[in-house]
Design a protein around this ligand. Sequence first.
Ligand SMILES: C=C1C[C@]23C[C@@]1(O)CC[C@H]2[C@@]12CCC[C@@](C)(C(=O)O1)[C@H]2[C@@H]3C(=O)O
Ligand code: AKG
Ligand code: FE2
Length: 350
Amino acid sequence: MPSLSDVHHPHHHLHLEFESVRELPESHAWPTLHDHPCVSEPVPVIDLADPKAAEFMARACVSWGAFQVTGHGVAPRLLEAIDSEMRRLFALPIQQKLKAARPPDGISGYGLVPISSFFAKLMWSEGFTIAGSPLDHARKLWPHDPDQFCDVIERYDQVMKALAGRLITLMLLSLGLRHEELEWAGQTGKLLPDLAGVLRLNSYPACPDPDRAMGMAAHADSSLLTILYQSSTSGLQLLRAEDQNGPARWVTVPPLPGALVVIVGDLFHILSNGRFKSVVHRVVVNRSQQRVSVAYFSGPPAGVRVSPIGKLVGPGRAPAYRAVTWAEYLGLKRKLFDKALATIEMPEES
Ligand SMILES: C=C1C[C@]23C[C@@]1(O)CC[C@H]2[C@@]12CCC[C@@](C)(C(=O)O1)[C@H]2[C@@H]3C(=O)O
Ligand SMILES: O=C(O)CCC(=O)C(=O)O
Ligand SMILES: [Fe+2]
């Protein structure tokens, strides 16, 4: 058994120069990779131009907590540009990347995901989180030319914010909200149109022992929803709970050229009073190819509390969750990880 201090301070190889590692270090060998079988099942693919898109989204959010979206209008060139900026970033020497390290209590910067502290083993990945302007970080990474990176990040951020607004609008309409009720879906302020967003760039290097390595440990996102770009290399898996089709299992989300993955986060789970399910997902790695991904976490504006929409709470019933802001919920996630959602559940009224 690892002691608690090992869990919280796994200093060995905290930041690997992955490309130079020929054998998986013990610090990165996970015992829990084969907890459930990996199976193939068709993850819903929804064309945003389809007049029935909202209806299909509702169905996917109820039964999967995720779907792939096409017809979203994001320019393929923008996806190519961020893909190539990510590869340029992660190819920098580790000392250079650490100049832009995320401070322990901060959000932005290079480094491990916050939930790393809950695991005895390290993940086979590295990443970079951006909240707000990327300029300060880009100056540390590329002192002579920070602009190329910043331009792509800023364009991507704008486009994702608009897409998140469209998706959230359709999802709320599909839950039976009327147009004039939409922007007030937040409890203490307007949810739309001023959504907040955080970007995370992820890299999963090719791995000498993929059957024992974890790209990203199983988790649910705290966001309302997450829009994920994944390069053409697979690795993302969704956890399907036990149902009439079989026991709990991991289902791979196959990369579809031009498609984006939409993942329901805990805050939409709360907003929809548990109708839309935040889905547990993880990333596995492979022997031959680096995989990159960009997650855009979309959440309510700062200070706006999210609670179950009144219409979705049955007559004479209490809402299933209490109201939280995104910041408050992120704090709970950092402290309690997978127990965070349960701590804001409200007792059933009898
Ligand atoms: C806004 C954020 C969501 C996130 C924490 C973060 O500050 C940036 C990284 C996000 C991420 C990605 C991997 C899993 C996760 C639980 C984590 O530790 O970092 C999520 C966080 C989240 O959704 O709570
Ligand atoms: O890389 C991926 O496909 C998923 C990453 C992820 O789950 C996250 O950043 O929250
Ligand atoms: Fe995630």
